[in-house]
Design a protein around this ligand. Structure first.
Ligand code: HEM
Length: 155
């Protein structure tokens, strides 16, 4: 679980989620938000990938990540951001940078003492998105953000 216990009267009230969903086991939307903030914080400090965020509205990314993770794990949220191909189009993300991104997620999940089973379930959600995000088949990391990249507007 992500730092807080599942709160059946709180974040999940009326959400209609199946008991025992990954969302619930992680601790609901408050726990997911805390983890996402820590992940983005870590990524912005990670020289292997932080150049990609140079022109990004960080508040938007945090909100969109929370909605995506909440929805994908069975929570009562609806993701309304760009699809993964569009969001990462012209970003020039390499295979190595995708790996670095996932390593940052795992490091934060470890910090939050998320169990191995829940970590594996989350990684199984992220892994299939790789093909929509990686544009350059290379182990290189720390590559610059191409000038062609068009960031999403602030919310
Ligand atoms: C499975 C892995 C990933 C997921 C689930 C994911 C998810 C997302 C989401 C939901 C958004 C917000 C879209 C929007 O604003 O409408 C986003 C934006 C972004 N992602 Fe990813 N992402 C992943 C991998 C990566 C990687 C590997 C990088 C860079 C190394 C990256 C860099 C970014 C950046 C810089 C933005 C902001 C784009 C902008 O300013 O418009 N992402 N991502």
């Amino acid at each position: 679980m992500w730092g807080t216990s599942p709160d059946r009267g709180g974040a999940n009230a009326g959400g209609g989620t199946v008991d025992g969903s990954l969302y619930e086991r992680l601790g609901g939307v408050d726990a997911i938000t805390a983890v996402v903030r820590a992940v983005v914080d870590r990524q912005l400090k990670d020289d292997r990938i932080n150049q990609k965020f140079a022109r990004t509205n960080v508040d938007r990314v945090i909100k969109e990540f929370v909605d995506l993770f909440c929805q994908a794990t069975g929570g009562p949220c609806t993701y309304t951001g760009r699809d993964m191909t569009e969001a990462h189009h012209d970003m020039g993300v390499t295979s190595g940078e995708f790996q670095a991104f996932v390593e940052d997620v795992v490091a934060v999940l470890d910090d939050f003492k998320v169990g191995k089973a829940e970590q594996d379930e989350l990684l199984n959600i992220l892994a299939p998105l790789r093909g929509e995000i990686v544009e350059v088949d290379s182990d290189q990391v720390g590559t610059p953000l191409p000038s062609a990249f068009m960031p999403a507007p602030a919310l």
